[in-house]
Design a protein around this ligand. Structure first.
Ligand SMILES: CCCCCCCCCCCCC/C=C/[C@@H](O)[C@H](COP(=O)(O)O)NC(=O)CCCCC
Ligand SMILES: Nc1ncnc2c1ncn2[C@@H]1O[C@H](COP(=O)(O)OP(=O)(O)O)[C@@H](O)[C@H]1O
Ligand SMILES: [Ca+2]
Length: 508
């Protein structure tokens, strides 16, 4: 009844076109019995917006029945979160995290009847340690972080480490499978790069992210474990970058006061310094997979490549055994001088690089795209970097190679023993070294020191450092393994038809 009254109004308003039209807001006297339904509508690009539609009813009883029925239907949607644990980093990005949450996010959560516990962090690793040790996770349906990639990384570490401990898994063991976390993570972008949010949602917009969380979207995601020998270092979900991106990050940490602009200043500085680093990258290619890093199609929600490539839980053990038995044969090594070594488990798209460092990398296929940028001229490297910011193929350059891999390891030159290098190379090196000035002799002595005292492998000056989702790793010599694990509230929905998802109904 309500709908027919509404339709007849709309029809007459549209001169018989029978198209739905928005009814102007009326005051209570005019429409005493009405209810409003809020829904999600796709706006420009990947952005989502909240819209309202008001329905008029003939009487209060009918209005009440509609509201009750809609509310019941909405509560029956099990994927929607009811209780969220929210961490806000007040210092992320331009330090607007708290304001963004209070003004843009909290009102949406409260309209969707989601209850929240909000913690504004007091220091670095506050969120990680709280999640890892104290948080009563059984009281929540998900965790939300307000901040940048570093904040996401904290929350992810807290959840993943807590899960491994609860399941009795030793996270220090490099071959230990990761146990699946029970809670999804939502990201409200308020940081400097916000690559994880942009690469999964397609936009850095707090309202869009909040709506994805409210409707209970779900997206699995690859997590890689980074080890140094038998010691666990960190997990990563986006970029593991040595050389250029490691140097930019370590330089930018000294300029935090500049906010997000610190990356531009450090980026230019490190581009001009044009440093290369020697070492060996060994990798286990992801054979038997669909797709390559040179594909044109990006990863999307429901991606068939991810579904095909990701080993099913029951296949995992067999696959791992097979991999291990072929491991010796399948591993490949590349030795050389690198301007950058980038391992990206997702595209790493962000506003600075809208296609990302590897536009066709997959979110949840259990692989990473390993990009090796060999030493080349400044101009050539600039061409490569500029291609990060455009649609041109950044791999179509002689000094750049890309491999889709399941594992890799890196050993910097100064950590390699002489027996690991061939004689020819050593002789050439000796000759060259003899001609070199005091600076490089110091490096050689340092290299020797590194071999004799492994503790000094912690960032000697001849090394770069790894940028691990925006955090600096304390070792250059690492082993990396990928698993598809984490669940996000944030899927890419760019391919879906326009949405009309009911959020909530309330009487007016
Ligand atoms: C000289 C011109 C250089 C132009 C290069 C532009 C390419 C930018 C690609 C950026 C890829 C970003 C990958 C994501 C990294 C983030 O995890 C990390 C931390 O983010 P946050 O916690 O939000 O601060 N951000 C960076 O490492 C910044 C890299 C910027 C490099 C210019
Ligand atoms: N209250 C806090 N004070 C200082 N550092 C914090 C606080 N909360 C989180 N951090 C740390 O700040 C770093 C940067 O956070 P992030 O949210 O990524 O901001 P940005 O994108 O600006 O780098 C992270 O390493 C995180 O551990
Ligand atoms: Ca991947």
């Amino acid at each position: 009844m309500c709908t027919s009254r509404c339709t007849s109004r709309c029809t007459s308003g549209a001169k018989g076109s029978r198209r739905w039209q928005k009814i102007p807001q009326r005051d209570d006297e005019d429409s005493p019995h009405a209810f409003t339904v809020s829904y999600v509508q796709r706006a420009r690009r990947a952005a989502w917006r909240l819209r309202d539609v008001t329905f008029l009813c003939a009487d209060a009883a009918l209005c009440g029945r509609w509201v009750r029925t809609l509310t019941e239907q909405l509560s029956a949607l099990a994927q929607r979160p009811r209780r969220l644990l929210v961490y806000i980093n007040p210092l992320s990005g331009k330090r607007h995290g708290e304001r963004i949450y209070r003004h843009k996010v909290a009102p949406l959560f409260s309209r969707a009847n989601i209850s929240t516990s909000v913690i504004v962090t007091q220091h670095a690793n506050h969120a990680r340690d709280h999640l890892r040790t104290e948080a009563e996770l059984q009281n929540y349906d998900g965790v939300v972080c307000v901040g940048g990639d570093g904040m996401f990384s904290e929350v992810m570490h807290g959840l993943v480490l807590r899960t491994q401990r609860d399941q009795g898994r030793d996270h220090h063991h490099p071959d230990q499978d990761l146990a699946q976390t029970g809670l999804r993570i939502g990201i409200i972008p308020a940081g400097s790069t916000d690559c994880i949010c942009f690469a999964t949602v397609g936009a850095n917009d707090p309202v869009t992210s909040s709506l994805h969380i409210i409707v209970g979207d779900c997206q699995p995601m690859d997590v890689c474990s980074v080890h140094h020998g038998d010691a666990f270092l960190r997990y990563s979900v986006s970029l593991l970058g040595y050389g250029f991106y490691g140097d930019v990050l370590s330089d930018s940490e000294r300029r935090r006061w500049m906010g997000p602009a610190r990356y531009d200043v450090s980026g230019v500085k490190k581009f001009l310094s044009h440093r290369y680093y020697e070492g060996t990258v060994s990798y286990l290619p992801a054979s038997d997979v669909l797709g390559t890093p040179r594909d044109r199609a990006p990863c999307r929600t429901g991606c068939v490549v991810c579904q095909y490539n990701r080993p099913l839980e029951e296949e995992k053990e067999g696959k791992l055994k097979m991999e291990e038995s072929h491991e010796g044969l399948a591993w490949r090594s590349v030795r050389g001088k690198f301007l950058a070594i980038n391992a990206v488990s997702m595209s790493c798209a962000c506003p600075r690089s809208p296609q990302g460092l590897s536009p066709a990398a997959h979110l949840a296929d259990g692989t990473t795209d390993l990009i090796l940028v060999r030493n080349s001229s400044r101009l050539a490297f600039l061409r490569h970097l500029l291609r990060h910011t455009s649609k041109d193929d950044q791999f179509d350059l002689g000094f750049v190679e890309v491999h889709r891999v399941r594992r890799f390891r890196f050993t910097p030159r100064f950590c390699q023993s002489d027996s690991e290098l061939d004689l020819q190379e050593l002789l050439q090196e000796k000759e060259q070294k003899e001609k070199e000035v005091a600076g490089s002799q110091a490096r050689r002595i340092l290299g020797q020191l590194c071999r004799e005292h492994p503790a000094c492998c912690r960032t000697p000056p001849c090394a770069s450092c790894w940028n691990c989702d925006g955090e600096i790793l304390p070792h250059a010599d690492i082993q990396v393994r990928y698993t598809t694990l984490l669940l996000l509230f944030l899927p890419l929905l760019l391919l879906l038809a326009p949405l009309l998802l009911l959020l909530l109904a309330h009487s007016t």
